[in-house]
Design a protein. Structure first.
Length: 193
């Protein structure tokens, strides 16, 4: 598994900017900035794309502009155009089943109730790496799921995420440099308190 395409999931538009569902974009933006990459809007793929040339290879970062529930149409079109198989794709997205500030990496499993992942499985297929950013637990528990994920972080949560951002970026670097297995071994342990 050698990742050639990293897709961050989120929703376009100012009103979604600081929402929980856009955490994948926040982390991918921070990653791109650290690498000194520039985003370009590419109408053909309905996405913002950044080209990342490293010695001996080109990698791509992609943010679908299709809205979360149709993320797969954009990622799938890009992957087919550049002949990138699912095993060479990583998706970066928010996960309500993981506590805020933690990260888990996986390559198998269901969509976990995440519509963006449902769309990826439909248009890209199974076998892509999943870089799952914790936004849980849902509070209050009885709150509607879509209201929660489209809601904004509290100021305390935002502070925690700001502190964790560099760690999240480093985790993504680990996934890209060493692969999913190594990233799982290192990142899937709970934070020692």
């Amino acid at each position: 598994m050698s990742i050639s395409l990293v897709a961050g999931l989120g929703n376009p538009g100012r009103e979604y900017e600081a929402t929980r569902h856009n955490l994948g974009w926040v982390v991918l933006d921070a990653f791109a900035k650290k690498q000194g990459l520039a985003w370009k809007q590419v109408a053909q793929f309905d996405a913002e794309v950044a080209r990342w040339d490293t010695p001996g290879r080109t990698r791509w970062l992609l943010k679908p502009l299709t809205f979360m529930n149709a993320s797969g149409t954009s990622v799938g079109a890009f992957a087919r155009f550049f002949k990138i198989p699912p095993a060479d794709i990583a998706a970066v997205y928010d996960d309500i089943t993981i506590d805020l500030g933690l990260v888990k990496v996986s390559v198998k499993g269901s969509d976990g109730g995440h519509n963006g992942v449902t769309s990826l499985l439909e248009h890209v297929g199974h076998g892509f790496a999943r870089y799952r950013l914790g936004i849980g637990p849902k509070q209050p528990a009885q709150m509607d799921l879509s209201d929660f994920v489209l809601g904004k972080f509290t100021s305390d949560q935002q502070t925690l995420l700001t502190q964790k951002l560099e760690t999240h970026v480093q985790g993504l670097e680990l996934l890209l440099s060493r692969g999913a297995e190594a990233a799982m071994n290192q990142l899937n342990r709970r934070d020692p308190k």
